[in-house]
Design a binder for this molecule. Structure first.
Ligand code: ADP
Length: 402
């Protein structure tokens, strides 16, 4: 069985075609510049990559091109479309409706649309992609929706409610949703496989650190808290996002800088974080290079991030009444050994002892980086959200009546 995984944005469409018998990625790529031109980058399993200019007025043309490169020419990976059994879509916001992945029926699509207001940059694009797939693929090809928020739906009200007038929860569903759920779920599950632990008895803190970053507290296999909130802006300082700030700062800046809500949103989402603090870059590698060249502001941006991660580890340990393992994943979590070491330094009081040599050795590899015998284990587990989307898709379509 082959599953096509789609991560659609308003002007791009990332894809992977995965053979679910072997879980091997047959091809992956990106259709970019939808609505303003068109460019497709397509890479097959042996590493060969092609890049072609195209014309993508809408997502439909992007899917048509995607089908063309998958099925024709020397980089084709399937003979015809019938070989693709199902399509799995990453959906950013599932609101309170979805605590697990589901078949994308008309009713489900309508619900995703209904909550578009909670993710205005993402959900409308996901719907465009689902509709485009309906046009380009046979209607017999099932589509599955996999939500970033679903894993966090197990949070109790004390975690997801804000101290705001309750009427805004009723009226607008203002609450914490949490994001990156597919990644937190993937690494939690994988940790269970690696350790042989029964995850329903363990307390885990999963740190997904990339351009966007979030941390989750997973108690007995269920998410009980997470750092992102109503939107993916909350929590940690990120590449270009501020993370949590005193809400009064937002009001103060809007007033004194004469900013509209859209301008303020732009400032918080695109001009803050590593980029805003350093004034140089949103990329963690470049930030480290800049600090090594003497940029004090780059160093402050690094310090804020690491300090915040450390505080989350402390607070989630307290929230769960203990912790058995901390997992690092995402571009930064998987690759930055000195970040892991600094974040976990002097946490012996929690029962956590790092193994610095193993920690350095395991950059971008999977494995334990705490000392043998450390009561709290620390693991690096590369995430694979696409694979989990494909697995969910396979599981759902296998249950469909034949
Ligand atoms: P996204 O959130 O967009 O999926 P990623 O998970 O790919 O992003 O993470 C991107 C971040 O990971 C960038 O800040 C990048 O600098 C960082 N990163 C990637 N490789 C390394 C590395 N070897 N060392 C330190 N940081 C790295």
């Amino acid at each position: 069985m082959k599953v096509l995984v789609i991560n659609a944005g308003s002007s791009s469409l990332k894809y992977q075609l995965i053979d679910m018998t072997t879980e091997v990625v047959l091809a992956k790529g990106n259709c970019e510049r939808i609505g303003i031109g068109g460019l497709i980058t397509h890479k097959i399993a042996d590493g060969t990559t092609i890049q072609q200019d195209a014309d993508f007025p809408t997502h439909t043309e992007a899917f048509q091109k995607l089908v063309e490169v998958l099925t024709t020419g020397e980089h084709a990976v399937v003979k015809n479309l019938d070989e693709i059994s199902a399509i799995g879509h990453r959906i950013v916001q599932g609101g309170k409706y979805f605590s697990e992945s589901v078949l994308a029926t008309e009713e489900v699509i309508n619900k995703i649309e209904e909550i578009s207001d909670l993710a205005p940059l993402h959900n409308p694009a996901h719907i465009l992609a689902i509709r485009a797939c309906q046009k380009v693929f046979s209607s017999a090809v099932p589509q599955v929706a996999v939500f970033d928020t679903a894993f966090h739906q197990t949070m109790p009200p004390k975690s997801y409610m804000y101290g705001l007038p309750y009427e805004y929860y009723d009226k607008y569903q203002v609450r914490k949703y949490g994001f990156h759920g597919t990644s937190h779920r993937f690494v939690t599950h994988r940790l269970g496989e690696l350790t042989g632990w029964d995850m329903s008895t363990k307390k885990i803190i999963t740190c997904h650190l990339g351009n966007g970053s979030s941390i989750a507290a997973v108690n007995h296999g269920k998410c009980v808290d997470t750092s992102m909130g109503f939107t993916p802006l909350d929590g940690l300082e990120m590449g270009t996002r501020s993370g949590a700030v005193d809400p009064s700062v937002v009001l103060y800046l809007m007033k004194h800088e004469n900013l509209t809500p859209d301008q303020m949103s732009d400032l918080l989402n695109k001009k803050s974080g590593f980029l805003g603090v350093s004034g140089e870059t949103s990329d963690s590698r470049d930030l480290i290079a800049a600090s090594q060249e003497g940029s004090e502001r780059a160093q402050i941006a690094i310090d804020i991030f690491r300090y915040q991660i450390r505080k989350y580890i402390g607070s989630y340990s307290a929230a769960m009444g203990g912790v058995d393992a901390v997992v690092f994943t995402g571009g930064i979590g998987e690759n930055s050994d000195d970040l892991r070491l600094e974040v976990c330094e002097n946490l012996e009081f929690l029962g956590l002892e790092m193994d610095p040599a193993k920690n350095t050795e395991l950059n971008h590899k999977e494995g334990r980086v705490s000392k043998d015998g450390s009561r709290v284990e620390v693991w690096v587990v590369p995430t694979n959200e696409e694979l989990l989307i494909a697995r969910d898709t396979k599981e759902i379509i296998e249950k469909l009546p034949k």
